[in-house]
Design a protein around this ligand. Structure first.
Ligand SMILES: [Fe+2]
Length: 239
């Protein structure tokens, strides 16, 4: 079996487990030095350039996304190598599909995840933001943002925040450091999150992973994102 040691700093992860499990009104957490530093620097060097993002042909935008393997925006991501990324990103991608990685996050969170669903990149530049919103996809989904922006100034907007209400005045937590940190939350009906409007000329870089419960009989506990979109479209037609 491939050796995946030296990637994730599990000691730092498990230090935050109790805090994560006890947060109210939904479970969320923040992990510092998530990757072992040496491995992180390789990922940092290989973080994709904005021009390679799905929507990167229009750099006047301020929000950019990129799906591993070049899939569509709402596709579930296969565990395949992508030669456009360096060997470290490929290794990390493979690791997020392993029993060890998923079981550790199941233990950390208390959420019954058993499969990696999504793996993508989300960047914001000056003028970028994401309104506070909630997905509410079900009881067994964990969403994880790891950050790749050095020199982040404490108090600057750009990190994914957690909030009590659909309103920025109710922010419960916002990352103060985006250099090798991770913000993660249980995707419940209360899990409001977003990104404050970015006023400085900086790039907020993140990788986003979703772990979820899956069974051969029922499929994904949170459903297929594509199917959800189709259902919403049908609802609109009926209206
Ligand atoms: Fe979201």
């Amino acid at each position: 079996m491939e050796d995946f040691s030296g990637i994730v700093n599990w000691e730092n992860v498990f230090k935050e487990s109790e805090s994560f499990k006890n947060q109210k009104p939904f479970r969320f957490g923040f992990i510092r030095e998530f990757f072992h530093r040496e491995f992180y620097e390789k990922l940092y060097e290989g973080y994709p350039d904005l021009s390679t993002f799905q929507d990167g042909s229009d750099l006047s935008r301020s929000q950019f996304s990129k799906i591993w393997g070049g899939f569509g925006q709402h596709d579930i991501v296969e565990n395949i190598d992508d030669p456009n990324f360096n060997e470290y990103w490929n290794k990390f991608q493979r690791y997020t599909c392993t029993k060890e990685f998923i079981e550790n996050f199941r233990k950390f969170s208390g959420i019954p995840v058993n499969k990696r669903k999504l793996f993508h990149f989300v960047s914001y530049t000056k003028g970028g933001f994401q309104l506070p919103h909630v997905h509410n996809v079900g009881p067994s989904t964990l969403v994880m943002f790891s950050f790749f922006s050095k020199g982040w100034k404490k108090g600057d907007p750009g990190g994914t925040y957690m909030a009590k209400d659909i309103d920025e005045s109710s922010i419960l937590f916002e990352p103060d450091n985006l250099d090798n940190t991770m913000a993660l939350f249980h995707d419940s009906e209360y899990s409001i999150h977003g990104v404050r409007y970015m006023t400085k000329d900086v790039e907020r870089r993140a990788n986003c992973i979703t772990l979820e419960e899956y069974s051969n009989e029922k499929g994904w506990s949170g459903g297929n994102p594509k199917k959800i979109l189709e259902t919403r479209k049908d609802d609109l037609i009926e209206l």
